[in-house]
Design a protein around this ligand. Sequence first.
Ligand code: C2E
Ligand code: CA
Ligand code: CA
Ligand code: CA
Length: 279
Amino acid sequence: AKSSGRNAVSFFDLTMQTNLTERTNLEAALRQGIAQDQLKLYIQPQMKQDCTVYGGEVLVRWQHPTLGLLSPDKFIPLAEETDLIIPMGNWVLTAACKLLKQFSQDEHLKHFSLSVNVSVKQLHLADFVEQVQSTLLETGAPASQLMLEITESGLIDNMADSIRKMERLTKLGVRFSLDDFGTGYSSLSYLKKLPLTQVKIDQSFVRGIHFDANDAAIVRSIIALASAMHLQVTAEGVENREQLEYLQALGCDSYQGYLLGRPAPWQSVIQQLRDCHFK
Ligand code: C2E
Ligand code: CA
Ligand code: CA
Ligand code: CA
């Protein structure tokens, strides 16, 4: 019993060691991956009430040299913990702005806007406003076509500072969307304080909207509140017609989800938009 106990302990230590090594390896690989352009921009289309596509959300993927294409849940948490989210976020923002510049020179795509996810760690950088401003200048992207998605979590730590930065960026023409709305705390006070254009209803409420009375009530309230405050409402995670029709009836302004299209490499999304004469 004694020896098996000792073996158990050393096995445990070995596992921890392996996890730590794996983590360290992954961190080093991600650092290198960012520098070597292994990140890929995927775009998921967004549409208005009348079902025309007006823009898309930028969702990052990592083309790992041996593990293949990784989705954000495999590396964003690590990036957040290690502050690699900052160079990663810069990479994504720059790539998105380059695309916006390209769109602006294209008759078919010049009204297409991009929503980019921004971590609170980025927002809390002392020179975040200057960074966004210089990215816009360097790429020549029109600020009016850029929307930044922020989440409630983390905002509270630095509310006054976040508001100031958002206001300065709003003056430049950049818009803000409050992502995953309803899943955090004190959502209602944020709505009043933050300079927002849009709130994004989290997919957890959209999922059951057509059969769950509670989900329907929550979504109905969010839409009523947002429209009273002159905010646009967008719903994410729309997977079927029933959900879409329900949201349309409630007066939701725009939609995003597998029903309309899954996130795909930006090149193929753009090709599809050209083929169906995006307006
Ligand atoms: P999010 O911002 O809430 O993005 C929506 C997620 O829902 C995406 O997952 C998208 O693929 C997924 N989704 C879209 N439509 C549907 C649907 O109809 N049904 C279902 N079940 N899911 C749908 P994805 O691409 O895996 O991204 C996950 C999260 O990773 C994002 O959640 C966002 O928080 C984070 N993320 C992605 N890209 C970036 C980035 O560039 N920067 C930062 N900071 N975070 C990012
Ligand atoms: Ca988002
Ligand atoms: Ca979301
Ligand atoms: Ca989410």
